[in-house]
Design a protein around this ligand. Structure first.
Ligand code: SF4
Ligand code: SF4
Length: 408
């Protein structure tokens, strides 16, 4: 069936909502979204209460037992504690029986104090805090509007989270100043007892200008070397002690689960991205009129989720490059992110791979043997055997060869 011509509904269980538009109290020099230079207006542009209630109510009726909200910015905590108290109040009001509700907040960490931490703990919110590594690295790029480094304020916020027992993870952007410092970064994570980290290679582009070529501050080779060194530390003689999302996703894939990282899924996931004003998009890298699904003030959730409105976006990742189609790592990699494929929007579909393709290939070639060994051991502990090279797939991914996707 050609889904582009039907009115089938996408059924997302996730909304990512830009809570305060572009307002942010930091002016990180690589930010692809905020343009306020770390100096938000006095009146923060938080989500209007009527819109909040309308979307939460519809989402609760639309979801089937599980729903997650990701609150992003700008800096979402600028919305204030009262805003988030209203969020959980509305979620409780409209949730159908037996609904699991998750809330995640992505923050720069500078505003977290004991009141925020107690609130996050009470409602079991998962907090992502952006830190780029040790103080001298972090402060080069993550500065206030007046140019001061933000490291100490961020670490004070993290201490408040630790004190309150809040679940949090660290997001680290990899750029010119830390791409050659993988071992130092991994040591810093361990020294600070950070258990979960996600690395994000720095891409300097505007989400609102999807035709502009991405500008990348690190080369694919630099990022590939970074991943290989970080992998050595992560592997830790077969006893990983820190969760690195990319490596964990790879291991999960070998053990039969789909990766959580959208970049390495076979198709972009169905996450509804809302701007603070209700404009809806399928991804926050594509904030452009051509990809706009509608506006949550005027359109119902069901209308925003009509499959045909998503078709242009969906088609991007389905148009894999010819290199991906024959790549022995496609089952790990998924083909990467369409935003990193130069000229994809100009219709030059097949010629370009993800800018970081070589980084992924370096990592997979370097770590595959050890990763497969780890997967074998972990599955054996659970009483499941990983198939040999010529045996049938057990992961249920339905690949054409019917051989296990991990057995090439
Ligand atoms: S376009 Fe890229 S960032 Fe957006 S959902 Fe797809 S893989 Fe993820
Ligand atoms: S490693 Fe490169 S060629 Fe292979 S699937 Fe990923 S992006 Fe495509």
């Amino acid at each position: 069936m050609d889904t582009r011509t039907t009115n089938r509904l996408i059924t997302p269980t996730s909304i990512m909502w830009k809570t305060v538009a572009e307002d942010c109290n930091l002016a990180c020099d690589y930010c692809y979204y905020s343009t306020c230079g770390g100096k938000p207006q006095n009146e923060i542009r938080r989500i209007d209460d009527k819109l909040l209630e309308r979307v939460v109510r519809q989402m609760m009726h639309h979801c089937e037992g599980q729903v997650s909200f990701a609150w992003q910015g700008g800096e979402p905590l600028l919305a204030g504690l009262a805003f988030f108290q209203r969020v959980v109040q509305l979620q409780a009001l409209y949730a159908l029986p037996n609904t699991t509700i998750s809330n995640a907040v992505q923050t720069n960490g500078t505003l977290i104090d004991e009141h925020w931490a107690a609130f996050f703990r009470r409602y079991s919110m998962l907090i992502g805090v952006s830190v780029d590594g040790p103080e001298e690295i972090h402060n080069k790029r993550r500065r206030t509007g007046s140019g001061k480094g933000s490291y100490r304020r961020v670490m004070a916020g993290i201490d408040a989270l630790k004190q309150a027992g809040v679940d949090f993870n660290i997001l680290t952007v990899i750029h010119e100043d830390n791409v050659g410092q993988a071992a130092i970064l991994m040591d810093w994570l361990a020294d600070n007892q950070f258990q979960h980290v996600q690395f994000i290679p720095c891409m300097h582009f505007s989400a609102q200008d999807v035709d502009a070529k991405g500008q990348y501050r690190i080369s694919p080779q630099q990022y590939g070397q970074f991943l290989c060194t970080a992998f050595d530390r992560w592997y830790n003689d077969g006893q990983p002690a820190i969760s690195v999302r990319l490596f964990d996703n790879w291991l999960q894939k070998l053990m039969g689960s789909e990766p959580e990282l959208c970049v390495h899924q076979q198709e972009c996931p169905s996450v509804l991205v809302l701007e603070q004003n209700g404009d809806a998009y399928p991804c926050d890298f594509f904030i452009d009129e051509r990809f706009r699904l509608g506006n949550a003030n005027e359109d119902t959730l069901a209308q925003l989720l009509e499959e045909q409105r998503w078709s242009m976006f969906r088609s991007l990742q389905l148009r894999k490059s010819s290199s991906c189609e024959t790549c022995k790592y496609l089952h790990y990699c998924g083909g990467g992110c369409p935003r990193n494929r130069t000229d994809l929007l100009k219709g030059n579909d097949r010629a370009h791979v993800d800018y970081f393709c070589e980084s992924y290939r370096m990592l997979y070639a370097y770590g595959e043997e050890r990763m497969r060994k780890l997967a074998h051991e972990w599955m054996a502990q659970q009483g499941i055997e990983l198939p040999g090279r010529n045996e049938r797939c057990i992961c249920g991914s339905g690949r054409k060869t019917k051989k296990c996707c991990t057995a090439r």
